[in-house]
Design a binder for this molecule. Structure first.
Ligand code: GDP
Ligand code: MG
Length: 166
């Protein structure tokens, strides 16, 4: 199996950290400062089951200025012509207008989407469960998976889910 997988989500949710964890080394710059990743970066991951080309995108968000608009277009392009999209969010019990905007774009793209709830190491399990429940109404999502990109929890399960969709 093989395919292209793009990692999208708002700035700072941990997209680059996840990619580094999958690759097993620090290939992509991560930062607490939003918008560190300005262009899409590709990394090839291979295991016994599949070869996956991951695309780390600049953060997706409602554009506020021309640079934001340019980055948003780049992010949108990387969701329409890939095999799977990983949409990363942080565990928040409320889905805000920014998230809804992105979810609508993802739904319209017709590409299979896995919702990845990252940074579960920061919150109690109940909050993670509430976040999962909040996203369950978006039934176009192929799967919802909680992970910690920093600690690696759930990353193997995520790779298995992606493999199933290829
Ligand atoms: P990006 O903008 O989505 O690429 O986000 P980055 O990967 O650059 O990460 C933004 C910040 O969140 C960095 O300070 C990371 O160390 C932190 N971060 C990423 N994933 C996790 C996680 O699973 N747990 C915790 N506690 N912090 C994380
Ligand atoms: Mg990044």
């Amino acid at each position: 199996k093989s395919g292209f997988i793009s990692i999208v989500g708002r700035p700072n949710v941990g997209k680059s950290t996840l990619l580094n964890n999958i690759m097993g080394e620090k290939l992509v710059i991560t930062s607490a400062k939003p918008q560190t990743t300005r262009n899409a970066i590709r990394c090839i991951y291979t295991d016994e089951q599949a070869q996956m080309v991951f695309i780390d995108t600049p953060g997706m968000h409602r554009p506020k200025n021309r640079l934001g608009d340019y980055m948003q277009k780049a992010a949108e392009n990387t969701v329409s012509d890939v095999d799977v999209v990983l949409y990363l969010v942080e565990p928040e019990t409320k889905i805000g207008p920014g998230d809804q905007y992105i979810l609508e774009k993802l739904k319209a793209s017709k590409t299979p989407v896995i919702l990845v709830i990252n940074k579960i190491d920061l919150l109690p399990k109940e909050d993670v469960l509430i976040t999962i429940a909040a996203y369950q109404k978006y039934d176009f999502l192929k799967a919802i998976i909680p992970i910690s990109a920093v600690q690696g929890d759930g990353v193997k399960e995520l790779l298995d889910l992606i493999t199933d969709l290829l």
